[in-house]
Design a protein around this ligand. Structure first.
Ligand SMILES: [Zn+2]
Length: 122
């Protein structure tokens, strides 16, 4: 297949990593939900308690959003692998995302150059 850089073995390796990360994120999200339920039922006696609790809560929301976004990218990559459409190529410039980078961040959609370009844009 034209343009495919990763061999079957490497794709399998990425898939394993994706599944592991997916499980880790789902576990984190579940833990967070449980903690929030506890927070809601907790007796917060004064305003200071409440302020402290809601500060934690908004940090959690931020983390949760990031985790959900990552989960979405992971699911997209997994779907591509299932369909045999996974190439390990950059979404932006079609150049190879190195296996080294994918091992660190298996759901990566962009090569390092495009990633830093996008980060600078933001
Ligand atoms: Zn690129």
């Amino acid at each position: 297949m034209a343009g495919r850089v990763l061999n079957q073995k490497q794709v399998e390796e990425i898939k394993v990593l994706l599944v592991q990360n997916k499980e880790k994120i789902e576990k984190t999200l579940r833990t967070m939900d449980t903690e929030h339920e506890t927070l809601n039922t907790m007796d917060l006696n004064d305003d200071a308690d409440f302020a402290a609790a809601s500060r934690d809560y908004s940090t959690d929301i931020h983390i949760k959003q990031q985790q959900l976004k990552e989960l979405e990218l992971i699911n997209k990559s997994l779907k591509k692998i299932e369909k045999g459409e996974y190439t390990g190529l950059c979404d932006m410039c079609d150049s190879e995302i190195t296996i080294k980078r994918l091992r660190v961040k298996p759901h990566a959609r962009y090569c390092i150059d495009c990633r830093s370009y996008i980060d600078n844009e933001n």
